[in-house]
Design a binder for this molecule. Structure first.
Ligand code: GDP
Ligand code: MG
Length: 437
């Protein structure tokens, strides 16, 4: 799979300081493939990759991540940004607020109407009313009533009527009378886009002037989802997209394609048939899902957040000049500790994680070391070479350790210089070996 392929290529190519044509060409090929496998439209995937690549070119790579890893992170972040970045607002102001559902038959409109009503009722303390405007299928009213009953939300219907516009308007009147502050209008779909349906939903929209018109689409329909979204948007100019059935195998590429083609935010996702299975759309999570490279992304993310590049440069210089001392050592331990659980960090390093899975690196590993360093005088910390027998004895007593532990640390200090050297030459395998006691 993709991660394995990436791991393999990391082994081949190491330690280049910048993102260049050569060192990312392979990665971008893999990224494009991942997008296509996730059912992102071909042209959308191609355009996206080219744009991101152009932007990333020449960017400096921080210590301890590879250009390719950084590239994956950049693609991920751009993908999230592309799908909307922050969460899109959802407007339920007004008395009553009106939400209109649109979409093909079977896309999940009725189910989602119930989920949304439930969410507004539970989370926002709203009083929703469901309006049954699917006048074609005899079972449609019953289905909505069942949903309403399950979540304790009233349903407005007119079983004899064939006029969805009138039903919707009457439902709004009913809401005003009964003190409901949100009307969710469930409509009829068709199996495919057709003119009659479009006219009908457009008429409803014009009559009820909803706060939000949502387009509901089955994420499993892949490429078709894009064409459907375009057809609906051309006629309805909807406000947002609901992506349903994300609980299945689909990687959710439709989110990217739809965004690219209609430029409307995805507001909610449906992840099951149950009423609770609704989520606000999360662009970051979706980017993870589409790329399928979450491990690399979070690794780079943590490295970028925790690794102070200036500090690293200073340390590098000190190592080169052989001035790396116990103060630096102490700082480095803090850096490493900041990165969080060492084992989980290590397991995220591509190509290395599996190899060191069984080796125990525990977070307390530094406790004794810190006590010993803290028992040194400032002069000793800056001049590790002066550590004679009597000093070692004093430090052992002061730190509550034994002299052989102090000796071991001094030896370890030496090893750490080597570890730091490995870090500066960007070899994670050596770095991890250096961390072991
Ligand atoms: P409508 O014709 O657009 O009103 O679609 P429905 O709400 O009747 O849903 C059609 C089918 O899809 C039903 O069997 C639902 O239970 C199912 N469904 C709806 N949303 C989801 C979802 O998010 N996940 C899954 N697995 N099934 C869903
Ligand atoms: Mg329905």
């Amino acid at each position: 799979n993709l991660s394995e392929r990436l791991e393999r290529s990391f082994k081949v190519l190491k330690g280049q300081g910048q993102i260049t044509e050569i060192n990312v060409a392979e990665t971008m090929k893999d990224v494009r493939k991942a997008l296509l496998e996730a059912d992102v439209n071909f042209k959308v995937a191609k355009d996206f990759c080219n744009r991101v690549k152009a932007e990333a070119m020449g960017q400096n790579v921080i210590n301890s991540v590879e250009p390719r890893q950084l590239m994956v992170k950049i693609v991920h972040d751009e993908l999230a940004k592309f799908m909307g970045g922050e969460q899109a607002p959802f407007n339920v102001d007004g008395n009553p607020a009106v939400i209109l559902m649109s979409g093909l038959q079977g896309s999940g409109k009725t189910t989602f109407s119930g989920k949304l009503a439930n969410r507004l009722k539970e989370g926002k303390k709203k009083k929703p009313l469901l309006a049954a405007c699917d006048v074609y299928r005899p079972a449609a009213i019953e289905q909505l009533k069942t949903v309403g009953q399950a979540i304790g939300v009233p349903v407005y219907s007119e079983p004899e009527s064939k006029d969805p516009v009138a039903i919707a308007l009457h439902a709004i009147d009913e809401a005003k009378k009964t003190g409901c502050d949100v009307v969710i209008v469930d409509t009829a779909g068709r199996l495919a886009v057709d003119e009659e349906m479009m006219k009908e939903i457009k008429n409803i929209k014009d009559a009820i002037k909803p706060n939000e018109t949502l387009f509901v689409v089955d994420s499993m329909t892949g490429q078709d989802a894009v064409n459907t979204a375009k057809a609906f948007n051309d006629r309805l100019d909807f406000d947002g997209v609901v992506l349903t059935k994300l609980d299945g195998d689909t990687r959710g590429g439709a989110a990217v394609s739809i965004r690219a083609v209609v430029n409307k935010p995805i507001k909610f996702v449906g992840t099951g048939e149950k009423m609770g299975e609704i989520d606000a759309f999360n662009p970051n999570g979706m980017a993870d899902r589409i790329l399928g490279m979450g491990d690399i992304v979070s690794f780079v993310d943590r490295m970028q957040q925790q690794y102070d590049e200036n500090e690293a440069k200073k340390i590098e210089k000190k190592i080169r000049e052989n001035k790396f001392d116990f103060n630096d050592f102490r700082n480095q331990i803090n850096q490493i500790k900041k990165m969080g659980n060492l084992k989980s960090l290590a397991s995220m390093i591509p190509g290395v994680g599996k190899a060191i899975k069984d080796i125990d690196i525990n977070d307390d590993a530094f406790k004794g070391i810190e006590a010993i360093i803290d028992s040194m005088t400032p002069y000793e910390r800056e001049h590790p070479e002066i550590m004679n027998g009597s000093r070692r004895k004093r430090i052992a007593a002061g730190s509550g350790t034994r002299i052989d532990e102090v000796n071991r640390l001094l030896k370890q200090f030496d090893q750490t210089r080597k570890m730091m050297h490995a870090v500066t030459t960007k070899n994670p395998m050596k770095m991890m070996r250096g961390m072991r006691r």
